[in-house]
Ligand binder design. Structure first.
Ligand code: TXA
Ligand code: MG
Length: 316
């Protein structure tokens, strides 16, 4: 399982591996993805196996741009407006899948919709250009676990299963893409993520509707327990016990924890998003009885951070 620095040469080798139906882990601006040729069902099956991911949970297909995406999905005016505003970038659009588009049914879990995004990362874009195939790529972690924001995290999660792990350094955004469904009715927010809800709503000119709690598997990233460390989390902590680690936010972290990491000492939500998964991973290894997490403001990127923390805190 070679972790290789991303260079023109290793990207070319990764593209060849993908064309042969192998899986390759690669960096994006959000988290690392475990990619496979989305046109090849056997290749996609390897991704599900490597992650131990339930097959009813569909994958996001990565493409260079909207022109490429239009081969696989039907874009209405709203979808075009969102793609043009946010691509390349951390917005995934769930759109009606084009009949006969060649995307393996396993990618979309048999749904008549498909999730697409154009990543804003030079290595991901170079890989897409070199391979010249759409890449189905979920986050490169075992199902239900913390998403990886470095090549070392991917190696810790997946061991030998990817043919290659391209190392492009730490992910700049640190939290997954925002997922919005645009299938004719009012656009629906399926997953909070790296594009704040307010930014999508500003482009739309109206509020997004939320997927109802009872929507059957509208987006399984919404599965209750997810992004979970082994150590229990205690959210909204304003004080800390000696046997706890502290995940702090802002300048006023309480003293007394056995270990403290601050998501952003200056209280910057973008910085906190970048650090959230790596911090949870580090504190999970601190051998403490619980991780106390300070309150995070629930606006902008804070909404997505709090979503991940709530899911990580759900008891088994
Ligand atoms: O930032 C990201 O989106 C990362 C990087 C690698 O691009 N990928 C990622 O993939 O987070 P994954 O598989 O961990 O999450 C995909 C999300 C899931 O919540 C899935 O249920 C949803 O997208 N999804 C995919 N296709 C869908 C569809 N047709 N309808 C509804 N939800 C869909
Ligand atoms: Mg994931």
């Amino acid at each position: 399982m070679p972790v290789l620095p991303a260079t023109a040469e290793t990207v070319a080798r990764a593209a060849q591996a993908l064309s042969r139906g192998e899986c390759v882990a690669f960096p994006t601006e959000t988290v690392y993805g475990l990619g496979a040729n989305a046109l090849n069902a056997a290749a996609v099956a390897r991704v599900f196996a490597a992650k131990a991911r339930p097959r009813f949970n569909p994958l996001i297909v990565h493409v260079p741009d909207r022109a490429a995406a239009e081969a696989y999905a039907e874009f209405d005016e709203t979808a075009r407006r969102l793609a043009d505003a946010f691509w390349p970038g951390p917005l995934s659009l769930v759109l009606p899948k084009r009949a006969g588009c060649g995307i393996a049914d396993l990618v979309t879990a048999g749904l008549d919709t498909i999730a697409l995004r154009a990543p804003n990362h030079a290595v991901a874009q170079a890989l897409l250009a070199e391979a010249n195939i759409p890449l189905a790529a979920p986050s490169a972690n075992r199902s239900g676990r913390i998403s990886p924001t470095s090549a070392a995290h991917v190696a810790a999660e997946l061991g030998d299963s990817p043919a290659m792990i391209l190392d492009g350094g730490p992910c700049a955004r640190g939290i997954e893409s925002t997922v919005v469904r645009v299938t004719g009715d009012a656009p629906v927010l399926l997953r909070l993520g790296a594009v704040p809800r307010e930014d999508v709503e500003a482009v739309l000119g109206h509020a997004l509707s939320a997927a109802g709690e009872d929507t059957p598997i509208a987006s399984p990233g919404q599965l209750e327990r997810h992004y979970a460390p082994a150590t229990p989390l205690r959210l909204g902590a304003t004080s800390v016990n000696a046997d706890e680690a502290l995940l702090a936010f802002g300048p006023n972290a309480p003293a007394g924890a056995s270990t403290t990491l601050n998501l952003s000492a200056s209280g910057d939500l973008a910085e906190a998003a970048t650090n959230i998964f790596a911090s949870l991973r580090t504190l999970d290894e601190a051998g403490v009885s619980a991780i106390a997490v300070m309150p995070i403001p629930d606006h902008g990127l804070g909404e997505a951070i709090n979503d991940r923390l709530r899911r990580a805190a759900k008891s088994r």
